[in-house]
Write a protein that binds this ligand. Sequence first.
Ligand code: NAP
Length: 223
Amino acid sequence: MPTIFITGANRGIGLEAARQFAASGWSVHACCRNPGKADALKAIKGVTVHALDVGDFKAIDGLAAKLRGTPVDVLLNNAGMNARVELGTIDYERWAELFRVNTMAPLKLCEAFAEHIAASGRKLIVNISSIMGSITHSNGKWYPYRSSKAALNMVSKCLSGDWASRGITVISVHPGWVRTDMGGPNASVSVEDSVKGIKKLIEGAGPAANGRFYQYDGAELPW
Ligand SMILES: NC(=O)c1ccc[n+]([C@@H]2O[C@H](COP(=O)([O-])OP(=O)(O)OC[C@H]3O[C@@H](n4cnc5c(N)ncnc54)[C@H](OP(=O)(O)O)[C@@H]3O)[C@@H](O)[C@H]2O)c1
């Protein structure tokens, strides 16, 4: 059975991904900041839960060492945060934190788990980005969040070139505007439908997908 490693899996898209992949018989390594409070995640059969704050890069190295020898077919970099700040009130400390969690941590996870991914059958890295990180689609506002996801897209694109020779596929995925704590109750896509689409993308993503930016429903997005 393939193995998926998911960050930010205690709620929202990450939790639903843990549910759907476990239900399909995948081996699921699910990370969250506080397993003591992750009852919904711990209740899913077939899931191994790890404590991980993705902003703690030593902890990422520690977990990679603990899992040495475990092939990881899919690294799902899902953990992310937002900042509701606008021009004139930008909180620069918060922006730096956003960059650490949304942009730097996904690449740190790729570096730390490179051997686990290279040793697997599928060799796939999925960075959960956002259409708000698309420069083509940008129409202003949301500077910290947009820039952190645009930079994550650059990470995906660069890594897709650098690791193509290792047979590793790297994609960015926009999950849709999803009804989670981040997306809010008025969002247009249910978490179940978003993850169904992301799962279908993951199951079908081979080398031809490398270096591309997709929406959860399979449509390709411009960078
Ligand atoms: N919902 C949308 O409409 C939407 C649209 C585009 C992109 N996205 C992206 O989709 C991903 C998942 O979002 P969501 O909607 O599921 O959001 P969510 O419900 O707010 O969940 C965010 C998840 O990320 C985790 N997280 C945040 N900072 C972390 C850190 N430092 N270390 C480890 N985990 C951390 C949270 O853990 P805690 O519970 O510990 O805070 C939580 O599990 C994010 O990357 C987001 O940017 C969402």
